[in-house]
Design a protein around this ligand. Structure first.
Ligand code: PA5
Length: 439
């Protein structure tokens, strides 16, 4: 993995970058010393090195056993309890896995409160053999809890309580929360989310690893990528890519570039960007500060958001994920009549066209006043995705400390919950509802 700042040079001076690099190195030291803000949630730093081979072998073999008997696996969770798994699974899966009969199909629930979504899901599952992984660190989150109620009842009605039990895996806190109590009562296979790892930093715990293993991907290679990146990003110097990323983001933020757009040119990375958006948005957006995170899929979104990025309000910067090698070989065919005048491209790789779209866009956007950070990965496989995940996690911890926020809490998420519970008439919220309706 390589981070290239060549397209930010017109926007940030060497001195500004150097100052922020020093701050980022200090932040990296603070993370490793464990004495900064939110230091009870730093378990993710050493996590890849603490995962044992035996643990991964056992997880993979349990996942394989389940895999062989199901058509569909439903991962129930929201935010950090589903985005990482979905990001990795989508990145590694065939683009048409949902339609080509691949088993198990990986589906999700509990990440919305969609009545039609749940009704259609249960309807779809009628003639399928399926299993559920329910993931909630707190064990009390409303969205997944409602979805799980529905799926648990459906599984029990379909298979009976005993068989249903073998098809449910719970990933939750070691000792607290309603999901833990239920899992103990029902005797579900349970995996633990460590206390010191927050939701959005948990993809390398069973929160992500178990669904990824059920989907059939190599979790050892994923963890190996993260381990290697953990080593690289433990260095306190200006070569550390997470230091570089945190430094340039903060240098740009200080110059009022307060919206970061993650742009990918590889359609399978769409959900990596969703995961990244949550990681950085939820970690940094607090105390009236923080870069707003957005994402685009190029070249698709060049035909929708391209106009704004080129020409709208100048407070944006882009971080481009560029994938060096593709998995397949496909080229532009020649035609006899050349009606579309594209024969000059005949025989060239589709990815060659894509790379020129990428370079052309980067050059146009910097010309239009949009700094570009380029992150290059070799290919989309378990190892490289593992590296990318850890690189972004470390960059986020460092960047949050440079910004002087606690990157490991999310107090703002509670506000909507309080209102929703009061509006729904949750016992104990009496009086609140009328006040809210009065507004
Ligand atoms: O990053 C976070 O902490 C959040 O996005 C949580 O993952 C999300 O709110 C789900 O929480 P829980 O796993 O407790 O159900």
């Amino acid at each position: 993995m390589n981070i290239n700042l060549q397209y930010t040079k017109a926007f940030v001076s060497e001195q500004e970058l150097a100052e922020n690099t020093q701050k980022a190195i200090a932040a990296n030291k603070l993370l490793h010393a464990g004495t900064g803000k939110g230091n009870d949630f730093l378990g993710w730093i050493e996590l890849p090195n603490e995962i044992t081979d035996d643990f991964l072998t056992d997880l993979q073999s349990k996942a394989n056993k389940l895999r062989s008997k199901i058509d569909v696996m439903i991962t129930v969770g929201i935010g950090g309890s589903y985005l990482g798994a979905k990001a990795v699974i989508d990145s590694l899966s065939d683009s048409f896995a949902a339609y080509n009969g691949s088993k198990p199909a990986m589906l999700y629930a509990g990440h919305n409160i969609g009545e039609d979504y749940m009704a259609e899901l249960v309807n779809f599952l009628k003639d399928k053999s399926y299993a559920v992984t329910v993931i909630s660190k707190s064990g009390t989150t409303t969205e997944p809890a409602i979805a799980f109620r529905i799926l648990k009842a459906d599984l029990e009605a379909k298979y009976g309580k005993e068989e249903a039990r073998t098809r449910i895996v719970a990933v939750t806190d070691q000792s607290r929360g309603a999901l833990k109590t239920l899992a103990d009562q029902e005797g579900y296979q349970t995996y633990v989310i460590p206390d010191n790892v927050g939701g959005r930093y948990s993809v390398l715990t069973p929160v992500g690893l178990y669904p990824i293993a059920v989907a059939g991907f190599d979790i050892k290679a994923l963890v190996k990528g993260a381990q290697d990146m953990a080593k690289i990003t433990s260095e306190n110097n200006s070569e550390n890519p997470s230091v570089v990323y945190a430094a340039i983001r903060n240098a740009l933020y200080n110059k009022d570039f307060n919206i970061e757009i993650l742009a990918n040119y590889h359609p399978k990375l769409h959900f990596m960007a969703e995961w990244w958006k949550q990681l950085y948005g939820e970690s940094e957006g607090k105390d009236g500060k923080g870069i707003f995170t957005a994402a685009v899929d190029f070249s698709t979104d060049l035909h929708s958001m391209g106009q704004y990025i080129q020409d709208g309000r100048r407070n944006l910067f882009e971080t481009v994920i560029s994938v060096a090698q593709q998995k397949y070989d496909m080229r532009v065919p020649a035609t006899a009549d050349d009606l579309d005048k594209l024969n000059y491209l005949a025989g060239r790789h589709i990815d060659d066209i894509n790379k020129n779209a990428e370079l052309g866009t980067v050059l146009a956007h910097i010309e239009g006043g949009v700094p570009n950070i380029k992150i290059e990965i070799e290919k989309v496989d378990e190892y490289n995705i593992g590296q990318l995940i850890y690189f972004f996690e470390k960059g986020c911890g460092i960047s949050g400390y440079v910004l002087d926020v606690n990157p490991f809490d999310q107090p703002g998420v509670e506000a909507y919950k309080r209102n929703m519970f009061a509006l729904l008439g949750k016992p104990g919220t009496e009086g609140e509802r009328d006040k809210l309706l009065g507004k």
